[in-house]
Design a binder for this molecule. Structure first.
Ligand code: ADP
Ligand code: ZN
Ligand code: ZN
Length: 818
């Protein structure tokens, strides 16, 4: 009997796929190793070995694998179990989890290469023009990629052309795997062997007297050598000698110097200087520490509810230190990479080189290095700080997972699958490792607090700020009244202007929050009412003054702003609503002396863009920071005394059952940026609706009341945490087909699951990138089995897929949709 290998392919296949292997391979292969396998007509994929067995597949003839790519598993048993949980819980395939879990450098890509067919004599005259171009190019190059051929014949779709040439036997096709990850090499120099002798060296220097720069380089090399025995990077020599690379290169060419490479880590580390023992927790922190320890001893996840600036991080640090002492690994999850820079330096000051960082703005190479360090349980990756993808690192010895700002909705992956919640997946990961799991927030999510109240999670709280600092003084500014009395300057109330003036006079800094980026959400013609729409999506375009463009925030479509209305041609275009860009402009008119900066998606695109703005603000290089959500996160600025919220209403009116909870969290968090030192901070919230219960709860810092009211409302209307929600989105380019298909699906769901089905309904933006969308909401009571419900849904999906006219309709499941 033969041997077979089941593998996970990095594509959305419901099942594992089976390949044939030899007995030796069967003995060698372990789960978690990568293998290159053929799939379909001519594809090569990197697959992951799952299990070896002796049963041939029934439905198809198993092909042989091409190659085993690893000597030891790249993915460990903990990870595989974790992936399986994610796939099962979030209703996606293991392949989809694999694709998002592994850095792309590990998923070798197959790229079609085209080679000349040397065995064939070709008569030029038999070739068509485009064929000739390719043929000729291949006389000079041994192989061309499909993309390169596109360039040569200046055509997008060259596959038919290549096919034709393959058929005629003029060229051959080759699927080639290539490794993308190249370790970074640092270039070093040393004196060539023969000049190591003193006599030879003297002769050399003699000879170089006519080339003063070159002799300077040689002398500098000596000077560096007297200071250090370490290899000398070319960059150092360049600096020391003050000579250019060209001079150094000419010495290398002359064989006076020798160049060599050493593989280095891209991720650079600094030393730790502070000791965890020097942190003295205050009484509140101490109490919280004990409550957490108690929860841990009962094997429970613990929720740490500590107001902004209460010193949660110091408490985490105590637990991290304890975990390291036991030789275990720590994972510290953050919702936004924007937060990492402050945290990295804070943790590094205690733990030095043991701290690694992992997130998507890091290059592939940097990520591979962290991966390898974690896999090797290396010293420098004992603590990993990261955004959600760090959940997938190959931990083997995890002792503690911290989920900071656990309430943040960006912890939920939206697109593509797996649509997992980082917090929940982290809790599962911790339990697989029997590790502790600590969730922290100043404004816990309603579901986590609910779990704490029900005793599922342990609970600890720090109700006061550290160091006797008072929570900020929050007041509401009624801009309806101010507008009526014509007391507004642009979007600024008198109260806000006075407060900013005062802060600036005192040399203090100000943060202003506005929900929207861009300049104005819509440009409307006051004559005919026309509003420019995105041609691909069902939304109006946002005006961006900086580029004088209208842009779509969903698909990136953009066009230049027209001077006159596209519909009626009149010049009465009016900009309605306002974004961060407009606030910044108004600030420049109101406070010409002050320096202002913007922090939003538009200003933070580059890898270090966030860090630059945050550092500049920390260093007080600017007075006022205007921003979107980004400024609300757990940043710690010392000199901010005033936070202004330009308009709270757009948050509260968002059409979502979580809008109120979110508004409370966001406003409380942004308020928490004010007055983190001795002077009490001030927060002004501008609103048309100062009596709104959420705004009252924010100003009185009444989390408990917010929580109780939200739970009550969700009981009334059946929303989480009282039920679980699976959102099913159907997508198609054909409007009528989509409507019909979603009716079919919803009716089938109702037949099986009863009345817990809402919809189908159009979402607020019902067309994106030319596809129409419709949602069906499945509410699952807490006492109903989740796995069984999912099975029922999957069965309906199967029948659905069997209907040929619905073939083009795409289905997207979002479990615990938030
Ligand atoms: P949170 O994370 O709860 O918002 P932080 O951990 O940022 O609060 O603490 C706020 C500030 O108080 C920080 O500057 C921190 O260094 C300081 N702090 C908190 N606890 C202590 C402590 N026990 N000893 C010294 N400084 C502390
Ligand atoms: Zn669009
Ligand atoms: Zn018009």
């Amino acid at each position: 009997m033969g041997y077979f290998l089941n593998v996970v392919l990095p594509i959305p296949l419901e099942r594992l796929f089976t390949y044939k292997i030899s007995e030796q391979e069967a003995n060698f292969i372990q789960a978690g190793m990568r293998v290159a396998v053929p799939f379909g007509k001519s594809k090569i994929y990197t697959a992951l070995a799952y299990n070896v067995h002796q049963e041939a597949p029934e439905a198809y003839e198993a092909k042989e694998i091409y190659q085993i790519l690893d000597e030891t598993p790249l993915v460990n048993a903990f990870q595989l179990k974790h992936w399986e949980w994610i796939a099962q819980y979030y209703m996606c395939t293991l392949g989809e989890v694999m694709r998002s879990a592994l850095p792309s450098a590990f998923l070798l890509e197959s790229e079609t290469l085209v080679l000349p067919n040397k065995a064939r004599v070709v008569n030029d005259l038999d070739l068509k023009d485009d064929e000739f171009l390719v043929y000729e190019a291949l006389q000079h190059q041994s192989a061309l990629k499909v993309g390169e051929i596109s360039g040569i014949v200046d055509k997008k779709n060259v596959l038919p052309l290549i096919n034709r040439m393959v058929q005629k036997g003029i060229v051959l096709q080759k699927e080639e795997l290539y490794e993308q990850y190249k370790p970074k090499m640092v270039r070093y120099v040393k004196l060539a062997e023969e000049f190591q002798q003193e006599s030879k060296l003297e002769a050399l220097l003699e000879e170089l007297t006519r080339a003063p720069k070159q002799s300077q380089v040689v002398l500098s090399l000596f000077q560096i050598q007297t200071r250090t025995k370490k290899p000398i990077p070319i960059a150092d020599l360049e600096k020391e000698s003050g000579c250019s690379r060209a001079v150094i290169k000419s010495l290398i060419d002359k064989s006076v110097l020798e160049e060599y490479h050493i593989r280095t880590d891209r991720v650079q580390h600094e030393e730790g200087s502070k000791s965890v023992d020097d942190i003295t927790l205050n009484d509140h922190q101490q109490e919280a520490l004990q409550a957490i320890a108690k929860g841990f001893s009962e094997d429970r996840t613990v929720l740490l509810h500590g107001v902004t600036s209460s010193g949660k991080t110091e408490v985490y640090i105590k637990f991290i230190a304890e975990c390291l002492e036991q030789g275990k690994q720590v994972l510290y999850l953050l919702p936004e990479i924007a937060l990492t820079s402050q945290l990295i330096s804070r943790l590094r000051s205690f733990f030095g080189t043991k701290v690694s960082v992992y997130h998507s703005k890091y290059s592939i190479h940097e990520r591979v290095e962290v991966w390898n360090n974690v896999m090797g349980n290396a010293e420098k990756a004992q603590i990993v700080i990261g955004a959600r993808s760090s959940l997938f690192l190959p931990f083997s010895n995890l002792g503690l997972v911290v989920v900071d700002e656990e309430h943040e909705s960006s912890f939920k992956q939206f697109d593509p699958a797996p649509r997992y919640h980082t917090r929940d997946a982290a809790i599962v990961l911790a339990s697989l490792h029997k590790a502790y799991c600590l969730l922290g927030s100043a404004t816990p999510s309603v579901e986590s607090m609910d779990n704490a109240k029900k005793g599922k999670y342990g609970y600890a709280s720090i109700p006061y700020r550290y160091g006797e600092v008072l929570l900020p003084d929050i007041s509401l500014v009624d801009i309806k009244e101010a507008t009526r009395k014509k007391r507004m300057k642009g979007h600024f109330s008198e109260t806000l202007i006075n407060a900013i003036t005062e802060a600036l006079d005192e040399g203090e800094q100000v943060i202003l929050f506005q929900n929207r980026r861009g300049y104005a959400p819509v440009v409307e013609c006051t004559t005919c009412g026309h509003v420019a729409q995105c041609p691909n999506c069902d939304v109006s375009l946002t005006y961006h003054q900086h580029r004088d463009q209208l842009r779509c925030h969903y698909c990136g479509y953009h066009m230049a702003l027209q001077q006159s209305c596209l519909a009626c041609g009149s010049f009465t275009l009016d900009k309605k609503g306002f974004g961060t860009e407009q606030i910044q402009e108004e600030l420049q008119q109101l406070f010409p002396e002050a320096t202002t900066q913007r922090m939003d998606l538009d200003t933070t695109r580059g890898k270090y863009a966030y860090e630059k703005i945050i550092t500049a603000f920390e260093n007080q290089e600017m007075d006022i920071l205007v921003g979107t959500q980004m400024v609300t996160k757990g940043l710690d600025f010392r000199n901010v005394s005033l936070v202004g919220i330009m308009n709270a209403d757009s948050l509260l009116n968002f059409p979502d059952y979580r809008a109120h909870e979110r508004s409370f969290q966001l406003l409380t968090q942004v308020a928490g940026r004010a007055g983190r030192t001795s002077k009490r901070g001030k927060v002004l919230i501008q609103t048309y609706n100062p009596y709104h219960q959420i705004l009252q709860q924010v100003t009185t810092n009444n989390y408990e009341k917010m929580f109780a009211e939200q739970v009550y409302e969700r009981e009334q209307f059946k929303y989480p945490p009282l039920v679980r929600i699976i959102k099913l989105t159907l997508k198609d380019r054909d409007f009528n087909k989509l409507n019909e298909a979603s009716e079919w699906f919803a009716t089938s769901l109702r037949n099986v699951l009863g009345q817990q089905i809402l919809g189908p309904e159009y979402p607020p933006v019902s067309r994106i990138r030319r596809e129409y969308l419709k949602n069906i909401l499945i509410k699952i009571p807490r006492n109903q089995s989740l796995p069984q419900t999912k099975n029922s849904i999957k069965r309906i999906e199967k029948s659905f897929n069997a209907i040929s006219k619905y073939k083009s309709v795409r289905l997207v499941y979002n479990v615990d949709h938030i």
